[in-house]
Design a protein around this ligand. Structure first.
Ligand SMILES: *Cc1c(COP(=O)(O)O)cnc(C)c1O
Length: 357
């Protein structure tokens, strides 16, 4: 039987996407070839690429003037590609966790990095509110969802300089005002597809303004000019992303994904409110992620955490162990996780508490 998959990434995928992929692995579109065997330059795979780009544009209402790329290298390579392409003298970063810090580390070898605010003082359990972005920065980089700590910046902020967002773990979970961003990127494996493909949404006119010469593979213009096919793209991963996007569209798009995310998070947070055993790690409700819901056991029950992981596993709930830097539990409730899985988890929490409290 299929598990209730709360994994933080790679994440749960829609059943239809899995089945369509299983078919295409054996025979892609009746071509007598696997999706893993066809030429990426062939008409059929080009169709997959074009449709995937079109679905991204449609679902996120991406305005004219932006390119959508599917690259290799993960979000981690974007930490480096962003400064290669956009950094002249100074860049601003918001430090909301490990991923932000990794992005900051890469940028530092290009020049002056201003960290406008940080929530490290409280182990990143909140989103800093009062910060000033220097008007002479080349760009301002944020991480909208902090996968490890369970915090999320859920509104599209105004920035005096081009805004760059790592949306690895909350892309497609809500409507986004793309026009407010110069660039949005992320690894697909959190909410969009399997590991191995990275999406980049970039406003074309912010490119070409740096003085350095950019290595070919690091240059966004290389990939824009070649429609993400300068080199062999991760074909099957892009196919899966297309299937996931088709599912998102059929289910009602990002507005519906957001409605479901709110319903799932509400269910879990309500269970914690009614509990004397489970507490959220993010105190401020407005800062809580709808995607990664982090919680721990209160001091009195701390020694029962491992026991609960096993208890939930017996009911089919997997992937609940919190990241080592936070401890406790993390229930990742990405788009494809059905609310019935959250109901199973909540029941397990209640039953466990009835036995042990
Ligand atoms: C997982 C994650 C990354 C790293 O992604 P890779 O594709 O593994 O390089 C970066 N940022 C955020 C917010 C993440 O959740």
């Amino acid at each position: 039987m299929r598990k209730h998959i709360f994994n933080a990434g790679p994440c749960v995928l829609p059943q239809q996407a899995l089945e369509a992929t299983a078919k295409a692995v054996v025979d892609f579109n009746g071509s007598g070839q696997s999706i893993m065997e066809v030429s990426h330059r062939g008409k059929e795979f080009q169709g997959v690429m074009d449709e995937t780009v079109a679905l991204m544009k449609e679902l996120l209402k991406i305005p004219e003037g932006y390119s959508v790329l599917f690259l290799g290298g993960g979000a981690s390579t974007q930490f480096l590609m962003v400064p290669f392409n956009l950094f002249n003298r100074k860049a601003a970063y918001l430090n909301t966790g490990v991923w932000a810090k990794k992005a900051i580390k890469e940028a530092k070898s290009f020049g002056e990095v201003v960290v406008v605010a940080s929530s490290e003082d409280r182990n990143f359990n909140y989103i800093p509110k009062d910060f000033v972005v220097p008007a002479d920065a080349d760009y301002f980089h944020i991480t909208t969802n902090n996968t490890i700590y369970g915090t999320e910046l859920r509104k599209d902020i105004d920035s005096p300089v081009p805004l760059v967002a790592d949306m690895s773990s909350d892309i497609m979970s809500r409507p986004v005002d793309v026009a407010k961003y110069a660039m949005i990127y992320g690894g697909a494996q959190k909410n969009l597809g399997p590991a191995g493909v990275t999406f980049v949404i970039i406003r074309d006119d912010i490119l070409g303004k740096v003085e350095r010469s950019i290595p070919t593979m690091m240059n966004y213009n290389t990939h824009i000019a070649e429609g993400s096919m300068f080199n062999t793209p991760p074909c099957i991963n892009i196919f899966v992303v297309r299937e996931v996007l088709k599912w998102v569209k059929a289910e009602g798009g990002v507005v519906e994904m957001e409605r479901r995310a709110i319903a799932k998070a509400d269910m879990l947070y309500k269970a914690m409110e009614e509990s004397s055993m489970f507490v959220p790690t993010v105190p401020e409700p407005g800062d809580r992620s709808l995607m990664n819901i982090t919680f721990v056991m209160t001091e009195a029950y701390k020694d029962k955490e491992a026991l609960f992981i096993d208890f939930a596993k017996e009911r089919g709930c997997v992937g609940l162990k919190g990241h080592r830097s936070v401890g406790g539990f993390r229930a990742s409730c990405y788009n494809a996780l059905d609310i019935s899985s959250v109901a199973v988890l909540v029941q397990a929490m209640k039953d466990f508490e009835a036995i042990h409290a």
